[in-house]
Design a protein around this ligand. Structure first.
Ligand SMILES: [Zn+2]
Length: 355
């Protein structure tokens, strides 16, 4: 926290968040391990832990002793202490998940959206799905709803600016509309960003990564230097509109020969995946990426075709030396990746300031 002072009360809250986050990421820690990892004294740890046990955010698990000695007691996050909703608002479908405090999906609702759907319609369908999902849990424990939507949008203001290929979606205050309708705090982010968050939940992870979402559009979420890169206007990652052929077919964004329009018009899946790979070679060079994670509906319909074609293009276009290897993977989160990350953004906000 450069440039700001921390009073004693703030320090206590900071340490509580620190310990809870470390227990989450490790999956469970003893009090001794917690002191070692956090750099706090045993005494400080043993002051904060009882608070977290009393409020029900943590639970204890006794493990049998290895050999002689006392049994080990692990502290773990109590999964059903809180819940979050995560949604993916796509051009033809809405997917909403309920997750627990560990970010694990508990239930899902998927609804088709008809062509040309309005913001009002989307809000109604989202609110209905959310209502069904929280029906069996204590509403007071539901932290909020994250929404991964088609951009461009303003993450900070919660406004969909001009969603590409979503007619009628112009300057829509989606966060406010949804919050008013559901009574829940709402976080709005680009679908590519929530996908990148899901891919790095809860560890963060160090490799410079592009999570490439190939669905009704194409975009990337960038996880660089250990954090999500949104850009100053929160619209980084519009990779689908990188020009591959300046005299190519007209794209929905108004330009010609974009990765997205060429990919979608390709004669075969292999050709489409190869075109994606050509675009990704540029992105890898510009950002010095170490890892590419392929995700989204099109990828999951033909995961091997996409991985192999992208790997082949990167190998051909970037004859990289041994110190500059690029890992290409297919996301293991399947069709839930955007909604899971949207829920993870709500959980992240809670872990930063657990109450
Ligand atoms: Zn375009």
């Amino acid at each position: 926290m450069p440039g700001t002072g921390v009073n004693l009360r703030g320090l206590r809250e900071h340490n509580r968040a620190l310990l809870l986050g470390q227990i989450l990421r490790a999956g469970g820690l003893s009090r001794v391990e917690l002191a070692e990892r956090s750099g706090l004294t045993q005494q400080a740890v043993s002051k904060i832990v009882p608070e977290l046990l009393t409020t029900g955010l943590l639970e204890e698990q006794r493990l049998p002793a290895a050999g002689v000695g006392k049994p080990r007691t692990l502290l773990r996050v109590r999964p059903n202490a809180r819940y979050a909703l995560g949604a993916q608002l796509d051009r033809d479908e809405l997917r909403v998940l309920l997750v627990d405090l560990l970010g694990r999906p508990l239930a899902a609702e998927v609804r088709p959206l008809r062509a040309g759907f309005t913001p009002d319609h989307a809000v109604s369908v989202l609110a209905e799905a959310a209502e069904l999902l929280v029906a069996d849990v204590d509403r007071a424990l539901v932290l909020g709803m994250g929404v991964g939507a088609v951009g461009p949008l303003d993450h900070r203001e919660g406004i969909v600016r001009d969603a590409t290929n979503l007619p009628g979606w112009h300057e829509v205050p989606l966060r406010e509309l949804l919050a008013a309708r559901t009574g829940l705090p709402v976080i709005l982010d680009k679908n590519t960003n929530t996908a990148a968050v899901a891919q790095h939940w809860p560890d963060g992870g160090g490799a410079a990564t592009a999570v490439v979402l190939v669905g009704t559009g194409i975009g990337v979420g960038l996880f660089i230097d250990g954090r999500l890169y949104r850009g100053p206007r929160t619209n980084a990652g519009e990779f689908g509109h990188t020009t591959l052929a300046f005299d190519g077919p007209r794209c929905g964004c108004g330009r010609r020969g974009c990765v997205e329009v060429l990919h979608n018009a390709a004669a075969s899946t292999g050709e489409a995946a190869g075109l994606l790979g050509i675009g990704l070679a540029d992105l890898v060079q510009v950002l010095d990426l170490e890892r590419v994670v392929l995700a989204g509906r099109a990828v999951h319909a033909a995961p091997d075709v996409y991985r192999e074609a992208v790997e082949a293009q990167l190998a051909e276009l970037l004859p990289v030396p041994h110190w500059q290897r690029i890992r290409v993977e297919v996301s293991e989160l399947g069709e839930d990746v955007v909604a899971l990350g949207a829920a993870a953004e709500v959980l992240t906000a809670f872990y930063e300031n657990p109450k």
